[in-house]
Write a protein that binds this ligand. Structure first.
Ligand SMILES: C[S@@+](CC[C@H](N)C(=O)[O-])C[C@H]1O[C@@H](n2cnc3c(N)ncnc32)[C@H](O)[C@@H]1O
Length: 250
């Protein structure tokens, strides 16, 4: 989807998501939880830059994504914002931010436990002391069901899309078989099949990895989509186990 079908991403999802409302909520969470005091925001797996569109009037934003096709759309949408091609497991910007976000379950694409650990450590390396990490996770073994079917449609005068999905589970991974049928005025009709593999991690596992990486972390049940929730992690200003030096009383 993020390469060959990137040009249809917004048509498929934007009617189903309120990016403005989500951005307002994450700004509130970042302001309430953050202690670093700055305005540098890093959106990892930023996709077509829909959140950055609403964040950039309030924060100096940078976007990272693995897909050049998604980044091309993000750049067009957000002139003046810096976008970098990078893998969320290993990118290195050599800078730290007040907020690092990873939204719409993009972190699910990291589909092994060791890769999830490296990804979280990578986020924390890019976070200032007192900074906030916001992660919207993918589903878990308890909330993802094999054998389900789903149909999503886009029906505009010039573009018709039908996406039929079948869900499977293999070990600790979800597999979505998605068949897209796309008809576009002047361009004909095409069919593309996609197999999307994502990691199914319990919230307790993700929380443990966030805490092991040095964050004070919690899970909020109320996120943006049913059953997903949101992780909020704060990098302590004084690292744990290293108490601030006490002033000697003389
Ligand atoms: C579901 S989209 C979410 C995009 C955006 N955050 C949003 O809310 O619309 C997932 C994004 O993750 C990106 N992605 C997948 N694997 C990645 C990786 N290993 N590193 C960085 N980005 C990745 C894809 O290119 C895609 O843009």
């Amino acid at each position: 989807m993020y390469s060959d079908l990137a040009e249809y991403y917004d048509a498929v999802y934007s009617g189903k998501k309120d990016y403005r409302k989500e951005s307002d909520r994450i700004v509130g969470l970042a302001r309430r939880n953050g202690r670093s005091g700055g305005r540098e925001w890093l959106d990892v797996a930023c996709g077509t830059g829909q959140h950055i569109r609403y964040l950039s009037p309030r924060f100096r934003c940078t976007g990272v994504d693995a897909s050049p096709q998604m980044l091309r759309i993000a750049r067009r949408r957000n002139p003046g914002v810096r976008f970098v091609r990078g893998d969320m497991r290993s990118f290195r910007l050599r800078r730290q931010f007040d907020v690092v976000s990873c939204l719409f379950s993009a972190i699910g694409h990291v589909n092994t436990l060791s890769a999830l650990r490296r990804t979280i450590e990578c986020f924390v390396r890019h976070l200032k002391p007192g900074g906030v990490v916001l992660i919207e996770p993918w589903l878990t073994r308890k909330t993802f069901f094999a054998g389900r079917v789903h149909l999503l449609t886009v029906d505009t005068p010039d573009l018709k899309i039908a996406r039929a999905t079948y869900s499977m589970v293999h070990g600790s991974q979800s597999i979505l078989r998605m068949h897209y049928l796309i008809a576009e005025r002047g361009r004909g009709v095409r069919h593309t099949a996609i197999r999307e593999v994502s990691g199914l991690f319990d919230h307790s596992t993700t929380l443990r990895l966030l805490r092991n990486a040095g964050l004070q972390a919690r899970f909020l049940r109320r996120g943006f989509l049913p059953d997903r929730g949101l992780f909020v992690g704060v990098r302590p200003v004084v690292p744990p186990n290293r108490p601030a030096p006490s002033r000697s009383r003389r």
